[in-house]
Write a protein that binds this ligand. Sequence first.
Ligand code: UD1
Ligand code: UDP
Length: 380
Amino acid sequence: MLKIMTVYGTRPEAIKVAPIIKALEESDNFESIPVVTGQHREMLDSVNRLFSIEPVRDLNIMSAKQGLNGIVAKVINGLDEIYAELEPDAVIVQGDTSTVMGAAIAAFNRQIPVVHVEAGLRSGDINSPFPEEANRKLTSQISKLHLAPTSTSKANLLREALPEKEIVVTGNTVIDALLEVVEKPVEFTDQTVAELVAQKDDAPIVLVTTHRRENLGESMQNIGRAVATLAGKYPGYRFLLPAHRNPLVRENVLPHLEGLQNVFVTEPLAYAEFAHIIAASRIVLTDSGGVQEEAPSLGKPVLVMRENTERPEAVDAGTVRLVGTDYDRIVEEVSALIDDEKHFASMANAVNPYGDGRATERTLAALEKMFGLGERLADF
Ligand code: UD1
Ligand code: UDP
């Protein structure tokens, strides 16, 4: 059996590799070796628990307010030893975090083929998102197999002169994960959240998430102030903000929301619960990458608090709007969705540009093809 090591470190990577790890476990051709860097801790462990994944190694690198170079250095050094010890035949990485870039460089330097899941996303601005745009471009340069979620991402890779025969369009595995969890009933661990969902028809929910590094500081304070203003303007609405664990995020946003009756700040929610919350929400306001992919497939209007996006497909479909991080603009855009039923209806369309739930299947087939064990499936 060929040894396939999946290396991941943060919540979104964990969610998006979980279906691949489960499929590798069931494969006759591959031995699955999940390894975590621990760039995130609680938020990573929560996903592994949900999908019953037990990593065979854990670098446990997280520290409070960690710097990018500290993360990358620990990832490269730690993985170098694990690669030497476990000798994988290929390393799978997913996305664009520091874990991904470090894991890819460490594998490349040991001449282990890198398989890049969610390859080819590009905002076109090397400084935004920072440092993710650079991480994914660097990872593309040293990967052997590029699993692009959409034809747009494939086109981005071709523009960078990557060989077409090494690119497969799979759809995004986040849709596989999402479909798996939204189909099952869920019990909310947080009683307040359970009550918000139970009352959603009388008091609609606006779901808010923020965490991007480039939004830390003034932009994130604008986000906090805008949510506070909206909560005052629309007392019949409930604003739910599961707060990222990053203490810098909390310091910037939470002071603006204290004492507001219809704003509910919680700890990060377990993935299955969060997916059901998206489904129960009226409007989603976020700077997250993954949420931009999930919410459109559940028919929710999404306002993205960024200046650009590497996920243009749902913007083109009309379900996502880029609103930036200006205080007035955020208030105006959310107000328009609340006040104008026609505008809301024009955005509340279920679109699935990011996947059809078969990305994992196409990923495994592409891996088999890479090792001469089978044929690819048709592109998504
Ligand atoms: C990282 C990724 C970003 C991704 C995001 C997902 C990089 C450069 N950035 O963001 O692409 O969108 O994760 O959420 O790789 N913390 C905890 N517990 C946790 C997780 C985080 O306490 O379970 C705290 C720690 O203090 C940590 C801080 O949050 O220092 C920030 O974590 P980090 O992974 O560095 O976050 P970002 O770089 O903002
Ligand atoms: N998510 C979650 N619980 C939460 C908030 C988000 O499980 O409280 C999930 C969400 O559904 C998505 C992923 O986390 O799949 C996105 O992670 P994040 O926004 O931290 O990172 P990004 O996608 O921006 O890299």
